[in-house]
Design a protein around this ligand. Structure first.
Ligand SMILES: NC(=O)C1=CN([C@@H]2O[C@H](COP(=O)(O)OP(=O)(O)OC[C@H]3O[C@@H](n4cnc5c(N)ncnc54)[C@H](O)[C@@H]3O)[C@@H](O)[C@H]2O)C=CC1
Ligand SMILES: O=C(OP(=O)(O)O)[C@H](O)COP(=O)(O)O
Length: 337
């Protein structure tokens, strides 16, 4: 049984904690918060030992009556691996801590690839992180692109990929973020970070991305154009998506023609927090015109990277050498078909 600590119990951290707790071969030894929020209280109610990220704030937790087990420095002493889910760009300072404590660590997509020199996707490059000390699960959008591109890659001789990504403006709880009434090229230059990021896990694939922010919080949405050198049929693409776990074909004709309806459908799946771990691909959108494959997909940004984090733990700690076996264990424990 391996010991896992979660540094940063926010949108991603609280989900990774629950996913880890659901596995048979790993357990949570601590989660960290910087403020005594409802999430801190929820962690204690779940019996996750709670540690504080900013020791000077200990009195705030005491005044709120929220029991703490110690500081983040104490927490990482207890762990075989830390999953760092702090906001982007804290990674460098945290890495010094992890190195000093001799503990392995997994970062999220808000950090640059250069921090670890290694990025992770369960399907595309699990082996690269096997036994490594530090890796980084690529961002939610990059995970979405990699999930579907790595599915079609074995049957398509891909010449180049172009993708336009419509990014949600903020997460549902981010009251201070926008846009509220605008469409924002984000970034207003090409490529966005997503294309280069796919290359960190899929090697020399030719992929270029553009991205914009829109006033919605539910999901991101992607539009992919994949030039291919060989003859592949639409049925073969559909068959590949149907066989791949963590990708789900959905039908607009069944009332799933928008991100709003997809998130309503997620409630029917009966998962923790109504999360949608799979990448839904609209079946009707799949088309091939003049050796160019087109498809549209969506990404539930709060949850798609969660199963990847669990697999990354098994890779770093050499708990399972076969990525498919880790994926199957993670999926089973999380209720992913
Ligand atoms: N929210 C999303 O849609 C996704 C986020 N990511 C990435 O995951 C990482 C975390 O993002 P979120 O969970 O959205 O952030 P968040 O803001 O929801 O949560 C971050 C957590 O870290 C804690 N924290 C802040 N400073 C800290 C410190 N010095 N020490 C310890 N804890 C500290 C905060 O209290 C909070 O609980 C980022 O790298 C982000 O880019 C990746 C995929 C999707
Ligand atoms: O990993 C994410 O997006 P990204 O793949 O566009 O970087 C998350 O949705 C967080 O993005 P944010 O930096 O807009 O909060």
């Amino acid at each position: 049984m391996k010991s896992v600590a979660i540094n940063g119990y926010g949108t991603i951290g609280k989900r990774v904690a629950d996913a880890v707790a659901a596995q048979k071969d790993m357990k949570i030894v601590g989660v960290s918060k910087t403020r005594p929020t409802f999430e801190a209280r929820a962690a204690v109610n779940k019996d996750y030992p709670l540690y504080i990220g900013i020791p000077e704030r200990e009195h705030l937790f005491r005044e709120s009556g929220i029991e703490i087990a110690g500081t983040v420095d104490d927490m990482i002493e207890e762990a075989d691996v830390v999953v760092d889910c702090t906001p982007g760009n804290l990674g460098k300072a945290n890495l010094e801590k992890y190195k000093k404590a001799g503990v392995k660590a997994i970062y999220q997509g808000g950090e640059d690839h250069e921090l670890t020199g290694l990025s992770f996707n369960s399907f595309a490059n699990y082996d690269d992180s096997f036994g490594a000390n530090y890796t980084r699960v690529v961002s939610c959008n990059t995970t979405g692109l990699t999930r579907t591109l790595s599915t079609i890659d074995p049957i398509c001789d891909i010449k180049k990929v172009r993708a336009v990504m419509v990014r949600r403006g903020a997460d549902p709880n981010e009251v201070k973020k926008g846009p509220i009434n605008s469409i924002v090229p984000n970034p207003p230059k090409v490529p966005s970070h997503h294309g280069p990021d796919v290359k960190t896990v899929m090697g020399d694939i030719d992929v270029t991305t553009m991205a914009l922010l829109v006033p919605t919080t539910l999901m991101h949405q992607h539009n992919l154009m994949v030039e291919i050198n060989n003859d592949v049929t639409i049925d073969e693409i559909i068959d590949a998506f149907e066989k791949r776990s963590r990708v789900m074909l959905v039908d607009a004709s069944e009332g799933l023609g928008s991100t709003a309806e997809l998130m309503e459908f997620a409630k029917e799946l009966g998962r923790n927090r109504n999360d949608f771990y799979e990448i839904p691909v609209w079946r009707e959108s799949i088309n091939i015109v003049d050796n160019e494959l087109f498809y549209m997909q969506a990404v539930h940004q709060e949850s798609d990277v969660v199963p990847e984090n669990v697999d990354a733990i098994r890779a770093l700690l050499e708990m399972e050498s076969d990525n498919e076996k880790s994926i199957a264990k993670t999926n089973k424990a999380m209720g992913i078909l």
